[in-house]
Design a protein. Sequence first.
Length: 269
Amino acid sequence: MSSWAIVGATRGIGFEYVKQLSLDPKNTVIALIRSQATAGPLNELAATRKNIRIIETDLSSLTSLKETADSISKVTAGKLDVLIYNAYSSGTDEARLLTPSAFQGKEDIFKREIDESLNVNLFQVVHTVNALLPLIENGQQKKIIYISSGIGDIPTTRAIEMPNFLGYSVSKAAGNILMAKYAVELKAKGILTLALSPGWVETDAGECISSSPEAFQWMLASFQKMDPRVKGMISTEESVKSQLSVIDSLDEKLTGAFISHRGNDKDWF
């Protein structure tokens, strides 16, 4: 039996993780969510699969995270095999499309953009991992997975020539190095970490792109500068299936790396 905790599980990639993992009755799947307001489909799935547990938590609250760790411990007998941190912020609406030089005279907007992104994509990652670390130490697989993005990669940014999404890109790059730091620190305890890009995925967040032909073509053309084979977004089902294969193969040689859902540092999209 394996125990999994999915942070950010109400929709998109996180929800697909819950769906695929809970198909195996030997898995215990802990779905960590911010609010029940958007958890309708998740609750419906949990009603039919008894190996799903839903826990509301506030990642910005150390007290809430401690309570969450205690709740998980009661379900899993004090252990956790795999933590998948899928919560994220794509930045603020007012700044998402601005380039670095466009923030001249808009320093307050720049600060909000970076603060918002770093809060969820870095600070809350540390708090969550640290709160659940004692459970992971007791697990069998002992894996920490951070869902990142190819646009948080420097060579990729240079290749696709995408100067915006600054807060998102910077914070994901920070999360990547964080996983490498954890890998170095926790290797002696047998704990493995990985920063994993899911690809260009059909999620609610991607609807603003797919619903606009101009935005879709701009992003597609950007990604094709690096990989002409890219034709569009992939489904959450395909992405998570590929990610789970990569997670299954995670070992000491790979720990701390940043790779794609294809298991390499090239096929990001």
